[in-house]
Design a protein around this ligand. Structure first.
Ligand code: SDX
Length: 428
């Protein structure tokens, strides 16, 4: 809280509202009493100027292109940390010491198996079901298996549910992929790292041993870290809103998965690679740039632009460097990467993108890497959901522990018909 107020002058009524400052970033105007004192609502479709909560997990400065997780810069975490360590940091607020990290990793490892009955849920889907459709259904179904961790008022149950969700998402995502290609599910292997275990469950087969490629393991670990959390984005806000009614954690995370699926959000990684493939050659880029600028054309450059970043998305920078590294280390080349780099160069020198401050975001280069590793395009958003579960769970825990939080129930500006009487059908 500051000792400053903001005063709103309306017809003959001045109302003052407290200004609250955080540790860094914009102050907020506490308008909780606005309607009571003025009889008016704020109007902010898309929540472009609205803070929905207080949070200590992730800070973004969109103008400077800064992303901090509990104060640690994303590029340092991506380069030096592990996904288990980042998961602990997001959940508990500080980097773990060696004993805390080992204990946390062992706990997560021991929760990676899913109930054997859960495997039958997959049989109900067509083989060509989108992995995100499967993830929505199967993760929501987890609430029918784990009744001992759905009481959100019990901190111990919240912790177990958090561990189960973080641990089981790789298993479920890998099962979704295996089901789509008609191969048998692989059980987790507790001797492997979180990322290595996921790679084995996804690409291994029962008929022969699977050796984790350290290059790919390092790239996937970095990709998971880059996707772990991102402040109050659409899917995190969905998880918070679902949780505000007291819904169980598995249902709330399933709601987050559903929201993430959209092409304006997590679905952009799949859409971006499809777009780059459709462009196909650098000579076709100008036509697509023209389409992106054409108000009458709904086409947008997928993987470009961001609600918050009006500078480079720091994650996109790391992703771009990783794409070069992975292709080089795997001895692969991909003309799509050349198209992506030329598209970025052309767009960032075009006044339309410069004026609107549109830069590549986390989704622009990720597909190139995931494709090089061998994931089908349809799996890209499922991988995003796998990694973002850590952030969703951390935000979910923070929200439940926040004494200021209550059920989310926005109001509206009503523009429909005013009161009128019913007219029987034969008189209309
Ligand atoms: C993610 O919120 C998060 O943090 C999300 C995320 C996370 O980690 O959780 O970072 C992950 O979702 C990244 C974004 C992935 N989506 C895409 O790449 C899809 C393409 N980008 C957009 O559709 C768009 O940029 C959004 C959805 C990302 C942001 O949209 P906004 O903030 O609502 O901005 P807007 O749609 O109002 O656009 C502002 C202007 C518009 O032009 P005008 O109406 O002002 O003339 O910029 C234009 C838009 O037409 N514009 C684009 C564009 N993005 C915005 N024009 C062409 N191509 C684009 N990609």
């Amino acid at each position: 809280m500051t000792d400053h107020n903001v005063t709103l002058h309306t017809e003959g009524n001045d109302a003052s509202f407290p200004l609250i400052e955080g540790s860094v970033g914009p102050d907020v105007i506490d308008i909780r009493k606005l309607y009571a004192e003025t009889g008016k609502f704020t109007y902010d479709p898309g929540f472009t100027s609205t803070a929905s909560c207080q949070s200590a997990i992730t800070f973004i400065d969109g103008d400077e292109g800064i992303l901090l997780h509990r104060g640690y810069p994303i590029d340092q975490l991506a380069e030096q940390s592990t996904f288990m360590e980042v998961a602990y940091l997001l959940l508990h607020g500080d980097l773990p010491n060696r004993a805390e990290l080992d204990d946390f990793t062992t706990t997560i490892t021991r929760h990676t198996m899913v109930h054997e009955q859960l495997a039958t849920f997959f049989r109900g889907f067509r083989r060509d079901a989108h992995p995100m459709a499967i993830m929505c259904g199967v993760v929501g179904a987890l609430s029918s298996f784990y009744h001992d961790s759905t009481d959100i008022t019990d901190p111990q149950q919240r912790l177990i549910a958090s561990h189960r969700l973080i641990a089981k998402m790789p298993t479920i995502a890998a099962m979704a992929h295996k089901y789509s290609i008609g191969q048998p599910f692989l059980y987790p292997d507790n001797s492997l790292s979180y990322t290595g275990n996921f790679l084995r469950m996804t690409f291994g087969v029962p008929a022969e041993p699977y050796v984790v490629n350290p290059i790919i393991e390092k790239a996937m670990r970095r990709i998971f870290i880059l996707h772990a959390d991102h402040e109050q984005n659409a899917s995190t806000s969905t998880v918070r809103l679902a949780s505000s009614s007291g819904a169980n954690p598995f249902a709330c995370i399933a709601a987050g998965i559903a929201c993430l699926w959209g092409p304006a959000h997590g679905g952009a990684n799949e859409a971006a690679l499809n777009m780059l493939r459709e462009i196909g050659d650098v000579k076709n880029i100008p036509a697509y740039i023209a389409r992106a600028k054409d108000k009458d054309d709904p086409f947008r450059l997928m993987g470009f632009g961001h609600r918050v970043y009006k500078n480079f998305d720091p994650r996109a920078k790391v992703m771009k460097a990783t794409a070069d590294e992975v292709l080089k280390e795997l001895g692969k080349s991909d003309p799509v990467l050349d198209v992506a780099k030329e598209l970025e160069h052309i767009a960032l020198n075009d006044s339309y993108f410069i004026d609107k401050k549109l830069y590549p975001n986390v989704d622009f280069y990720s597909g190139v890497i995931l494709n090089a590793i061998g994931f089908p395009t349809e799996m890209f958003t499922a991988l995003f959901a796998l990694a973002r579960t850590v952030g969703w769970v951390a935000q979910w825990n923070e929200m439940i522990a926040d004494p200021e939080q209550k059920i989310g129930r926005p109001r509206q500006l009503y523009v429909g018909a005013t009161r009128r009487d019913y007219v029987p059908v034969d008189q209309r």
